[in-house]
Write a protein that binds this ligand. Structure first.
Ligand SMILES: [Zn+2]
Length: 85
């Protein structure tokens, strides 16, 4: 029996989201703005980065850039109400 999620664990993690219009975050991998671009198919990865047990920052990535970077914060999880088609 396995547990799907453990909210008590304070460590870096990544989630996959659709890029919203007006998003102006910069990609932590390629340094280009994370906005509507064909290469990421309107998907982005938002990583909550913990240093030790303390939340440090949020990093944004194009979805493809996050894969290129080696999924350094783990495989991005999808929001429970959005399934990848
Ligand atoms: Zn990028």
């Amino acid at each position: 029996m396995t547990t799907a999620a453990n909210p008590a664990v304070l460590q870096s993690r990544a989630v996959e989201r659709l890029v919203e219009p007006g998003n102006s975050a910069m990609c932590a991998h390629c340094a280009a703005p994370v906005k509507f671009v064909a290469r990421s198919q309107h998907r982005q990865v938002i990583a909550n980065v913990y240093v030790g047990n303390t939340w440090d920052r949020v990093e944004h990535y194009h979805y493809d850039c996050y894969l290129e970077a080696g999924q350094i914060y783990g495989a991005p999880s999808l929001p429970p109400n959005r399934k990848r088609s």
